[in-house]
Design a protein around this ligand. Structure first.
Ligand code: AMP
Length: 283
C-alpha cells in the first residue's frame, strides 16, 4: 500500500487544514492513536467516516502516559505503514507531531480527572491517566473536531475522556466503538506483538474467562466476588503470570459492584511474558 496520506506535524498546519474544511461546511472527525495500527484502530476510522466528512487520525506515542519502567522506548513505531493503512481506510489527514511540538520547553500543565482515574489501571500505572487526559485534551483542542472516536478496548480510558470532555466543556461528541477481536476472541492490541507463539496461544483465555463470567453474572443476582476469584485462578492456570485485576464495575462511573444488578462491565488486566493485556466486556 502506498503512503499517499497528507501528513502534518505542527499544530499550526493541523489547524490550517481544519479551518479550510470548516469554511467548506464539512464535519470533522478525529481518531487519536499511538500508531502500530491494526484493524481495531481502522474500525475507529470507519466509525468516524460515518459521522464526519473528513477524518483526521493522529499517531503520537505519548511519553507522559508511560511509567518509568514501562515500554515507551520499545513501543512499536511504523509511521510509513500506519499512513498507508490509514489512507486505505479512508482517513484524510495524518497528524504526527513530534514530542517537542506537543511538549515544548517549559510545558507545565497536567489534566487530572479524579475518581474515575483511580482503581483498575489507575492504581497499577500511577500517572497514566493524567498523561492520557493531558494529551487527549491537547489533541482535541488542537484539532477541535466535531466528533472523536475512541475504542471500548480501553474502557477506563474512554470513561476518563468522556468525563474530561464534559467537565472542561470541550465542544466535541465522544463516540465509543466496540472492541475488534481475533477469531479466537483475543482483543487486537499493538502490544500483542510482544507475545511469543506459546503466549499467543494462551492469550485468548482472557476473553473466554470474561464471556464465562458475563454469562454467570448476567441477570442471576449471583455474588460477583467468588466468581471473579475463580476467574483469576482460571487465568493463572491457563498460563498467565499474574492478574493485576479482574473486577465488576458500574458501566458508567466504574464504581465497584457486588453483583450485576445494573449495567455493568467486567474489566481485566493480566500479565503474560513482556505483555500486559487488558480487556473488558459488558454485562
Ligand atoms: P492506542 O493506539 O493503543 O493508544 O489506541 C488508540 C485507540 O484505538 C484507542 O481509542 C483504543 O481504545 C483503540 N483501540 C485499540 N485496540 C482496539 C481494538 N482491538 N478494537 C477497537 N479499538 C481499539
Amino acid at each position: 500500500m502506498t503512503n499517499c496520506l497528507p501528513t502534518v506535524r505542527s499544530v499550526a498546519d493541523l489547524r490550517a487544514q481544519v479551518r479550510v474544511w470548516r469554511q467548506d461546511g464539512l464535519r470533522v472527525g478525529f481518531v487519536p492513536t499511538m500508531g502500530a495500527l491494526h484493524r481495531g484502530h481502522l474500525s475507529l476510522v470507519e466509525t468516524a467516516l460515518t459521522q464526519a466528512d473528513r477524518v483526521i487520525a493522529s499517531v503520537f506515542v505519548n511519553p507522559s502516559q508511560f511509567g518509568p519502567n514501562e515500554d515507551f522506548s520499545a513501543y512499536p513505531r511504523q509511521e510509513t505503514a500506519d499512513a498507508g493503512l490509514l489512507g486505505g481506510a479512508g482517513a484524510h489527514l495524518l497528524f504526527a507531531p513530534t514530542v517537542p511540538e506537543m511538549y515544548p520547553p517549559g510545558f507545565a500543565t497536567t489534566v487530572t480527572v479524579t475518581g474515575i482515574s483511580s482503581g483498575l489501571c489507575g492504581d497499577i500505572r500511577p500517572g497514566h491517566f493524567a498523561g492520557v487526559a493531558t494529551v487527549v485534551t491537547k489533541l482535541l483542542l488542537q484539532a477541535l473536531p466535531d466528533v472523536a472516536v475512541f475504542g471500548e478496548k480501553d474502557y477506563q480510558q474512554l470513561q476518563v475522556i468522556r468525563r474530561l470532555v464534559r467537565d472542561l466543556d470541550i465542544p466535541v461528541e465522544v463516540i465509543g466503538a466496540p472492541t475488534v477481536r481475533e477469531p479466537d476472541g483475543l482483543a487486537l492490541s499493538s502490544r500483542n506483538a510482544y507475545l511469543s507463539p506459546e503466549q499467543r496461544a494462551i492469550a485468548p483465555a482472557i476473553y473466554r474467562v470474561l464471556t464465562g463470567l458475563a454469562e454467570r453474572l448476567r441477570g442471576s443476582g449471583a455474588a460477583a466476588a467468588p466468581l471473579l476469584a475463580a476467574g483469576a485462578e482460571d487465568l493463572l492456570r491457563a498460563g498467565f503470570a499474574s492478574v493485576d485485576y479482574l473486577e465488576l464495575r458500574d458501566a458508567e462511573d466504574l464504581a465497584p459492584l457486588a453483583q450485576a444488578d445494573r449495567p455493568a462491565r467486567l474489566l481485566v488486566a493480566a500479565r503474560l511474558g513482556k505483555a500486559r493485556l487488558i480487556d473488558n466486556l459488558g454485562v
